[in-house]
Design a protein. Structure first.
Length: 317
């Protein structure tokens, strides 16, 4: 733990932590969206990737006059995620008091327990490059897939994912300028190596701070995150290397066999893969024991290595 009041490493939090004590699944969400547009599930509907499935339901609803635009569906999502309840792992995150949390979640559970205010240099209606809430204790939560109180910002469909990727790449390659707001941020590619401690965008953190990715399945549908990791990997191979932060990806050991391709890719992108034992709350307690410095992955890894084959040993090591 650092000497300062706030924990310096970045926590990247996915929906897995919410799933510990909340029964609402993507399947039930999809059922609600189908009901809104009057679309019954049938044998022909085998689209598995949610962003494309969302586009299918959306356009079915529009073509059949059931909805006008996607905000009708996003409103359903916003209402559902606001019912998510806090659990012991959320409390543990609160106690750790990280200076920066990046999250793909839309809900407000991580904001409970403090006074939070919008703290964005640019007020975004759809995309989320600068979308930040800051607490009265100086902590930041970066909502990179939108926030439920702003329905249009909720990232669900393939078109939205593509637009978010476009915004991320533009920020890295060209920076951000707005004369009316007196904003002139130099392109991130020119700032790497001397990034500020308190950035205006969560993207800077990917190239400066140590990041712990927790509770995120990181499916290949997350095209903007995979692009960002690929761009960072390219910088790691440069002769004049300027990126020295570490990124750690935690996952339950029970998913190892079904994740070989993803794990190999993460390994080759320079990401530290950390599979751990446990189920639901016990698994996340194992994760945070490491994050908080109560133990090390080396100690936890002894049990893990007994359950993996030789192919995975290189990746975990």
């Amino acid at each position: 733990m650092p000497e300062s009041k706030l924990y310096s490493d970045v926590l990247f939090i996915g929906n897995g932590i919410n799933n510990i004590n909340n029964s609402k699944s993507w399947e039930s969400l999809v059922a609600s969206l189908r009901k809104k547009v009057g679309k019954n599930e049938d044998a022909k509907d085998i689209i598995k990737q949610f962003p494309l499935l969302f586009e299918n339901i959306l356009n079915y609803g529009i073509r059949n006059g059931r909805i006008v635009d996607q905000n009708s569906l996003k409103k359903i999502v916003a209402q559902k995620v606001q019912r998510i309840k806090r659990n012991a792992i959320h409390d543990r995150i609160e106690k750790l008091s990280p200076a920066n949390i990046i999250t793909t979640n839309y809900d407000l559970v991580l904001e409970q327990g403090n006074n939070w205010n919008e703290n964005c240099i640019i007020k975004e209606s759809i995309f989320s490059i600068f979308r930040r809430q800051t607490s009265d204790t100086g902590r930041n939560i970066w909502y990179i897939h939108g926030r439920c109180l702003n329905e249009s910002s909720i990232n669900l469909g393939y078109e939205h994912y593509g637009g978010q990727l476009q915004q991320i790449r533009s920020f890295i390659i060209y920076g951000k300028k707005n004369k009316a707001l007196n904003i002139d941020i130099k392109a991130l590619r020119y700032r790497i190596g001397h990034l500020e401690d308190n950035p205006d965008s969560w993207i800077d953190l990917f190239f400066k701070s140590d990041i712990h990715i927790i509770g995120l399945s990181l499916d290949f549908i997350e095209i903007e995150l995979w692009w960002l990791l690929a761009y960072r990997a390219k910088l790691l191979t440069k002769s004049k290397r300027k990126v020295f932060n570490n990124i750690y990806y935690y996952m339950p050991i029970k998913y190892l066999d079904d994740s070989k391709g993803k794990l190999e890719l993460l390994h080759n992108f320079g990401i530290n893969v950390r599979p751990l034992e446990g189920d639901k709350e016990s698994y996340y307690n194992n994760v945070f024991d490491i994050v908080e410095g109560k133990t090390t992955f080396e100690n936890k890894k002894k049990a893990v290595m007994n359950s993996v084959n030789r192919w995975l040993e290189e990746i975990i090591n």
